[in-house]
Design a protein around this ligand. Structure first.
Ligand code: DHB
Ligand code: FE
Length: 290
């Protein structure tokens, strides 16, 4: 059976891709951010996931205002990046896992999440930068199932709904009958606002509270509405929705391996959190009623 080994949340600011392309990881501006991934790489080398299920928000590359699914699941054999106008290099394609994608889609629809299915999907910096941060270089050591959450066209899904989506994804992964180790990734956040009167807005105390709650009491964050999160964390800080989905997928028996928090990268409070799911908790969860 497939097993969730843990989850990682990370910011995805486009400038990260530029820093990687220009080899700036050790520069004073960038090292407090990139050094945060050293322990994460060691953890990934030990855990060796086969597949990553990545919750991210498309920023207008694959979906635009004309058609905007609330939740969409990739079911492609590979995912292609493209020029979004940030001046970032287009990346080598990312391998998919269509069998796992269709299993997740079947289970999600049966669980009353009527997702959009994407047999072709362009992936933007929300997908590419986390992959490059976790698996640097041209290698593609893990297959991918991208799941997008709308943060662009209101109304947005609520934190509670995204958490429940994550729970449904977690149940679906653990009911997959192939022996796979699955990592769940959340891409986005933490607090940031790119435009309007509050451009540059960052809320450190809210971010740190969210990181703590994501570890030990994620349901406490489901009492917020998406508009509450925008108020507290900035317009684009609503990308916290991905972190709630990731955390929902992990369920109980989760411990913190590592975190990093650095202000700012570009306009964003850059957060990173590694959560491990204990093997015993995985077994216990299989015995819980769905
Ligand atoms: C920035 C952050 C984002 O999440 C994004 O999608 C684009 C830009 C930034 O801080 O520059
Ligand atoms: Fe973003």
């Amino acid at each position: 059976m497939a097993r969730i080994i843990g989850g990682i949340g990370t910011s995805h600011v486009p400038a990260i891709g530029g820093a990687i392309a220009r080899g700036l990881q050790k520069e004073p501006y960038w090292s407090p951010f990139f050094d945060g991934f050293v322990r994460t790489h060691a953890w990934l080398a030990e855990q060796k996931p086969d597949v990553v299920v990545i919750f991210y928000n498309d920023h207008g590359l694959n979906f635009f205002l004309d058609k905007m699914p609330t939740f969409a699941v990739g079911a492609a054999p590979e995912y292609i990046s493209a020029d979004e106008g940030w001046g970032l290099p287009v990346q080598k394609p990312y391998p998919g896992d269509p069998d796992l994608s269709w299993h997740l889609i079947e289970q999600l629809v049966a669980d009353e999440f009527d997702v959009t299915t994407c047999q072709e999907m362009l992936v933007d910096h929300g997908f590419v930068n986390p992959y490059s941060l976790l698996w640097p270089g041209e290698g593609r050591p893990v297959r991918c199932v991208p799941i997008t959450v709308n943060t662009v066209q209101h109304p947005l899904p609520s934190p509670a709904r995204c958490y429940k989506l994550g729970q449904a994804v977690g149940r679906a992964i653990e009911s997959y009958d192939k022996d796979l180790k699955v990592l769940v990734v959340a891409s986005g956040g933490l607090s940031h606002q790119l435009d309007g009167k509050r451009a540059g807005f960052i809320n450190k105390s809210f971010d740190l509270m969210c990181l703590d709650k994501l570890v030990s009491d994620p349901e406490a964050l489901t009492g917020y509405s998406s508009l509450d999160i925008i108020e507290q964390a900035g317009t684009q800080g609503v990308e916290l929705l991905m972190w709630l989905a990731m955390r929902g997928a992990l369920g109980s028996g989760v411990s913190e391996v590592h975190r990093n928090y650095h202000i700012p990268i570009s306009n964003t409070a850059a957060g990173m959190l590694v959560l491990e799911k204990a093997a015993a908790a995985v077994r216990a969860r299989r015995l819980e009623p769905a």
